[in-house]
Ligand binder design. Sequence first.
Ligand SMILES: NC(=O)c1ccc[n+]([C@@H]2O[C@H](COP(=O)([O-])OP(=O)(O)OC[C@H]3O[C@@H](n4cnc5c(N)ncnc54)[C@H](OP(=O)(O)O)[C@@H]3O)[C@@H](O)[C@H]2O)c1
Length: 235
Amino acid sequence: MSLPSQTILVTGANKGIGFEICRQLAQLGHHVILSARSEERGRAAVGALAKEGLKVDFLQLDTADEASIQASVLDLKKRLKALNVLINNAAILDTWQGTILDATAAEIRNTFITNTLGPVLLVQALLPLLEAGRPARIINVSSQLGSVANMTDGWAGYGISKAALNAATRKLAEALQPRGISVNAASPGWVRTEMGGASAPLPVEKGAQNIIRLITDIPHSLTNHYLEANGEIPW
Ligand SMILES: NC(=O)c1ccc[n+]([C@@H]2O[C@H](COP(=O)([O-])OP(=O)(O)OC[C@H]3O[C@@H](n4cnc5c(N)ncnc54)[C@H](OP(=O)(O)O)[C@@H]3O)[C@@H](O)[C@H]2O)c1
């Protein structure tokens, strides 16, 4: 499908799948805003892409910090007239994979704030830019571990936060369909990154493609879905 150049914001993009998404989208000719919570790590990532001849813009954005979300969106509104795609990619994993019976309040709280609340607050703040960029898309990078239908124990904070992100995806999809904005959740698969670890079967390039295909291969009319490379994941 040939697609006109899109303006796309990717969160948590200084490394891993988010960084690779930025690289591939820039290679396709899109206007990419690479965001990161650390200005230093984010600018280093932008510099690494520049060395490959790829120009992307930088935005400092900490999805766990409400004030940072508001300030970053204010900054973005000065720089952009419209945003076509938001990729909520930033996330953290519990520091250990124990059972929910031993999960600490801090783990559950931190994963929820970063992985669920941040994306929702970011959508609220970006709404005027997304409406100006219609038909616009929001992609919430989820995980198989967020499927309530397939839920197992372990990674308690992460699993709860991604299941809640899926629920938020459905609510946002309902709320934003009349406004011309589609919202879907997508799993990149199990990918070799710092989060996925060295045993993961997929290279980061493939994980990024599994997210980017929601922009390049999926019609805008498709909303309120939970997708992976091979099709739907049961909510
Ligand atoms: N890898 C997998 O196998 C796998 C499987 C299923 C789903 N996913 C999902 O894919 C996405 C990317 O994962 P990944 O494997 O690339 O993980 P990663 O290598 O650990 O990278 C995570 C990125 O998120 C950023 N981040 C964390 N907290 C943030 C915050 N508060 N504000 C802004 N950025 C923040 C990190 O920045 P810092 O460098 O500053 O920490 C980093 O850039 C996540 O949503 C993850 O849940 C991954």
